[in-house]
Design a protein around this ligand. Structure first.
Ligand code: F6R
Length: 375
């Protein structure tokens, strides 16, 4: 049996291993000069990458949420259109695929039956395939044309934490690599994008300082019956995973929703009993990020106006958020596309501490398995 290394649960240990997991995943893929991404084992030539017209991502659960963030990363940096699908849907809807399409299967275990079926379907239709997998030499890693391993290390807790942040990091590298090969960015931009991701592990160390605050929040919210998680753009992917983590380890009903969709129905749910977690961090140097932020901030104020209890994830110095939200969990500054790697950490910790407060089997939630080998 692997060792909990002094932590009370594997989930907490694995949350704390995320800076290392991201560093081990990123560092070996950056050129020593920090001006190129190198992806040995990718299984496709530069010419193949230049020819790709569309990317389809197929994955399940948390790995699909990473794929949703990858969607924003790849479209924004490399300007290649991306679709993301539940592997369980992809495999059975006769996907339209061809040789100029790339299918990326994302999986921690490398054995998920739905994801394996999606990969096999893609191969049978002549698409190129890449696996993003955490378990070395797993079935999906072996069957894909190429593999990009996440080096998060063995994940024991059923709730996936460190594999998710490593998946986000590897998807970012794939997006930068595509941009590099297809010359979609300048050399200076490339260097900046690489420096940005190299800086992430230290920021994960910083964000782990919210652990105590999350434990305090768990005292306040451990009896909640429902939770909402809201985010816009790439933050929506982190909101979805925050909701999934909470559901699976605390058994509290939770939903992730795009912040701008609230007015189309879910606003009716808001009352003083509903905790609403809003991801409202931003990159102050990026006008698009600031615009998105302003819209999400106004969503936050709408939730408050309807008596919701707001937990916001925002920059430490954000006075507007501090004034409007009930609780603020600080997120270190980072470029927009990398913020989900930081935002998910407090959401994992919140789920963890609520599960502990509720006396649940954190590492082995009921009815779940670490690798889902049935379709
Ligand atoms: C959630 C979780 C699951 C898995 C899903 C896919 O915390 O662990 O949702 O992400 O079952 O598993 P993999 O990534 O092994 O294909």
């Amino acid at each position: 049996m692997p060792d909990r290394g002094g932590f009370p649960h594997f989930m907490l240990k694995e949350i704390y291993e995320q800076a290392r997991g991201v560093r081990d995943t990123v560092q070996p893929r950056l050129s020593p000069e920090g001006d190129r991404v190198v992806l040995p084992g990718i299984g496709l030539t530069d010419e193949d990458f230049r020819r790709i017209r569309r990317i389809k991502i197929a994955a399940s659960g948390t790995s699909r949420h990473a794929g949703l963030a990858g969607h924003y990363m790849i479209e924004q940096l490399a300007r290649v259109p991306v679709d993301v699908d539940h592997a369980s849907e992809f495999a059975y809807r006769h996907p339209m695929l061809g040789a100029d399409e790339l299918v990326v299967a994302i999986t921690q275990s490398g054995e998920t039956a739905d994801t394996l079926a999606a990969l096999r379907e893609a191969k049978s239709r002549g698409a190129k395939t890449i696996a993003i997998a955490n378990v070395i030499d797993s079935t999906i890693a072996r069957e894909a044309d190429g593999v990009l391993y996440t080096y998060a290390g063995r994940e024991v807790s059923i709730a996936s934490t460190k594999a998710f942040t490593a998946q986000l990091a590897v998807l970012y590298l794939l997006a930068v690599y595509l941009a590099q090969v297809r010359e979609a960015v300048t050399k200076d931009d490339l260097k900046r994008l690489i420096a940005d991701v190299a800086a992430v592990p230290a920021k994960i160390e910083t964000v782990l300082n919210v652990d105590f605050a999350c434990r305090e929040l768990a005292h306040k919210f451990d009896r909640a019956r429902d939770f909402l998680f809201l985010g816009r753009g790439v933050h929506y992917a982190a909101a979805l995973d925050g909701a999934l983590k909470l559901k699976e380890v605390t058994y509290i009903h939770a939903e992730g929703y795009p912040a701008g969709e609230m007015k189309h129905g879910p606003n009716a749910l808001i009352d003083e009993a509903l905790p609403v977690v809003i991801l409202v961090s931003r990159d102050p140097n990026d006008p698009e990020s600031v615009l998105r932020y302003e819209k999400t901030l106004s969503n936050l104020r709408e939730v408050k106006a309807r008596s919701g209890r707001v937990i916001a994830l925002a920059a430490e110095d954000d006075a507007d958020v501090r004034e409007s939200a009930d609780h603020v969990l600080p997120i270190p500054p980072a470029p927009e596309l990398l913020l989900p790697i930081l935002e998910i950490v407090p959401l994992q910790l919140l789920a963890y501490h609520i599960a502990v407060r509720r006396g649940l089997d954190v590492d082995k939630p009921r009815n779940l398995a670490k690798a889902v080998l049935v379709e």
